[in-house]
Ligand binder design. Sequence first.
Ligand SMILES: NC(=O)c1ccc[n+]([C@@H]2O[C@H](COP(=O)([O-])OP(=O)(O)OC[C@H]3O[C@@H](n4cnc5c(N)ncnc54)[C@H](OP(=O)(O)O)[C@@H]3O)[C@@H](O)[C@H]2O)c1
Length: 257
Amino acid sequence: MPANLLILGGTTEAYELAERLAGHEDWHVINSLAGRTANPRRPAGETRIGGFGGVAGLARYLDARAIRAVIDVTHPFAAQMGWNAAEACQLAGVPLLRLERPAWMPEPGDRWASVATWEAAAEALRQGGARRVLLAVGRQELAPFAGIDGLWFLIRLVTPPDPEPPFRHVEWLYSRGPFVLDDERALLDTWAIDTLVCKNSGGEATSAKLVAARERGIRVVMLQRPVRPAEVATTATVAATLAWLDALQSSAYQRGV
Ligand SMILES: NC(=O)c1ccc[n+]([C@@H]2O[C@H](COP(=O)([O-])OP(=O)(O)OC[C@H]3O[C@@H](n4cnc5c(N)ncnc54)[C@H](OP(=O)(O)O)[C@@H]3O)[C@@H](O)[C@H]2O)c1
């Protein structure tokens, strides 16, 4: 009988992993989504939606559903869930793996200023001689930038913010990635952007803006990823995660579990 596998999702890689495990003889997949999106796309397998109620709630869930292993595939900027998973899995004695796409690394020609908070990013704009800024950040992350005087912002979001923060000189742009290089080049040129602000999401869907910025010598204020529990084993790809799961099942068979 397949063992229960909990995937903490909300990312492209989580959908891909669930898809690859569909119908697997060893694993029954339970996908967990936080419930931030009104009508999320359903991953392959069983899906549950909503928080667990902190570490204790997750530990209870692992026990109640006899979860054999947990894969944390939450977004690199989901700051809390990985910590909860590490603690709950330790309490419940359940193996945990983190699947995280690699962070972007600066390349020759890049002019990156690395910051740890959005407040520090706003300060870097104040200090750094920026004039025309592309803000490629989330709806919830705009507030620290709204009070900066003397700058013009192009703000790219998936959906409009509600309420709209009080930017004085702003153009709003609504679009969803992936973004291709020629379009990113045109965007930076059309609006004469001199500074880009974004977070280090990694992956290819939104990396073209960094290439276009490098080509133009545009400064990038880059938010670093939040710290994660160092003791949790981590893979960078779905393939490596599947190999980890195979190894886990093999050792369980050898032990007669
Ligand atoms: N932050 C981003 O930039 C970003 C971008 C794209 C997608 N996402 C996805 O959106 C979700 C929420 O992001 P966040 O930044 O609010 O995360 P977070 O700060 O790490 O988590 C906050 C709380 O949300 C609940 N939660 C988070 N992920 C969950 C999951 N997969 N299943 C069930 N509960 C979950 C947990 O509540 P309880 O303590 O009650 O269990 C957690 O304590 C994540 O699953 C993430 O993968 C986030």
